[in-house]
Design a protein around this ligand. Structure first.
Ligand SMILES: NC(=O)c1ccc[n+]([C@@H]2O[C@H](COP(=O)([O-])OP(=O)(O)OC[C@H]3O[C@@H](n4cnc5c(N)ncnc54)[C@H](OP(=O)(O)O)[C@@H]3O)[C@@H](O)[C@H]2O)c1
Length: 290
C-alpha cells in the first residue's frame, strides 16, 4: 500500500518552513504538482522559486489558509475545485502552539489552537477522503509530535491535540486498511532550529529537519502506521512505552519546574481577556500575582 506520490499531486499544509518545507524539497523531483499552503503566500514564494529552479516542469500552487479560522478550509477547497485540482496525497504538517500556563491563556487563542490542530486536519481529511476512495488511491501523512505520548505542563492544549492526531490517524488507518489509502502518523522529538538560536542548548537526540522529513517520507512509503524519526528518539520512545505512567508524570513535573522558574525570572502579564490570577507559580499552592 504505497501512497501515489510519483507524478501525483501532493498538498502540504504548513509548507513555508520546518519539516513541511523539507518535505516539499524532497518531493519536488517526483511529483507532478505541489500545492503549498501557509498563512501567507509571500512566505511560500522563496520556496516556489527554489523548487522551480531545480525542477522546471513542476507545477506549484501557493495557497494562503489560516487554519485557525473555521471557514478557511472551505475557502481553500473551493479554490482547489475551481482550478480542478485533484489531490492524491495530503500532508498535514501545520501546528499552532501556545506556551504558558493553561489558566493564563486567553480562550480565543485556545479555540484557535483547537481549530488549527484538531478541526482543520479532521476537516481536510474528510474533504479529501471521498474522492480518494472513489479513485481507490491516496495517502495521508499526519506530522504531529512525540508530545502525543507525554504529559506537557506549559503546553497543555498542544499535548492534548497531538493525542487527538495520534488517535485519529491510527483509527482512520484501520478503517482504510483495505482501500489502498495509507495513513501514517509521524511523531518527531526535538529538531534543530534553522537558523539555530545563539544560546540554544542542544537537546538529546536532536535531529535535522532534513533527516526528519526523509524518515517521515520513507516510513509513509513503507506504509508504516507510526514513525519516530531518528534512531535515538525512536529507542527513547520505545523505552518510554515500557515505563509506568508515573514516570511520565515525573518528566512532566520536571518540565513544569523549568517553566515556573522561567515565569518567576521573566514574569509576563497575563494576556488580555485571560482569567484573573492567582496562578500556580511556585510549588503546589496558588500564589497571588504581583
Ligand atoms: N520543530 C520541532 O522541534 C518539532 C518537534 C516535534 C514535532 N514537530 C511537529 O512538526 C510539525 C511541523 O513543525 P515545524 O517546526 O516544522 O513547523 P514550523 O517551522 O513552525 O512550520 C509550520 C508551518 O505551519 C504553518 N502554520 C502554523 N500555524 C498555522 C495556521 N494557524 N494556519 C496555517 N498555517 C499554519 C506555518 O505557516 P506560517 O509560515 O505562515 O506561520 C508553517 O508553514 C508540527 O506538527 C510540529 O508539531 C516539530
Amino acid at each position: 500500500m504505497r501512497p501515489p506520490i510519483d507524478h501525483g499531486t501532493v498538498l502540504i499544509i504548513g509548507a513555508a518552513g520546518g519539516i513541511g518545507r523539507e518535505l516539499a524539497r524532497l518531493l519536488s523531483p517526483r511529483v507532478r504538482t505541489l500545492v503549498l499552503v501557509a498563512r501567507e503566500v509571500q512566505e511560500l514564494m522563496p520556496l516556489r522559486d527554489e523548487l522551480l529552479l531545480r525542477n522546471p516542469t513542476l507545477g506549484v500552487m501557493l495557497e494562503a489558509c489560516h487554519l485557525d479560522d473555521p471557514h478557511a478550509v472551505d475557502a481553500l477547497f473551493e479554490h482547489l475545485e475551481r482550478h480542478y485540482v485533484r489531490v492524491d496525497v495530503l500532508i498535514n504538517n501545520a501546528d499552532h502552539t501556545i506556551s504558558g500556563l493553561y489558566a493564563e491563556a486567553r480562550w480565543k487563542r485556545i479555540e484557535e489552537l483547537v481549530h488549527a490542530n484538531v478541526v482543520a486536519p479532521a476537516m481536510l481529511t474528510h474533504r479529501l477522503l471521498g474522492p480518494m476512495l472513489e479513485r481507490g488511491r491516496g495517502g495521508i501523512l499526519m506530522v504531529g509530535s512525540a508530545a502525543a505520548r507525554l504529559f506537557l505542563p506549559g503546553a497543555v492544549m498542544f499535548a492534548a491535540t497531538q493525542r487527538f492526531l495520534d488517535g485519529f490517524s491510527e483509527s482512520l488507518r484501520l478503517e482504510l486498511e483495505d482501500t489502498g489509502i495509507p495513513v501514517t502518523f509521524v511523531a518527531p522529538g526535538p529538531l534543530a532550529l534553522e537558523p539555530p538560536l545563539p544560546d540554544e542548548v542542544t537537546p538529546f537526540f536532536q535531529l535535522s529537519l532534513h533527516q526528519c522529513a526523509r524518515e517521515a517520507l520513507a516510513g509513509f512509503e513503507r506504509g508504516e502506521a507510526l514513525v519516530y524519526p531518528g534512531l535515538g528518539h525512536r529507542w527513547m520512545m520505545r523505552l518510554l512505552r515500557l515505563l509506568p505512567r508515573s514516570f511520565k508524570r515525573g518528566l512532566g513535573r520536571l518540565a513544569l519546574g523549568g517553566l515556573r522558574r522561567k515565569l518567576l525570572l521573566h514574569p509576563s502579564s497575563p494576556e488580555a481577556g485571560a482569567p484573573p490570577r492567582p496562578v500556580l507559580l511556585a510549588g503546589g499552592e496558588p500564589s497571588s500575582a504581583s
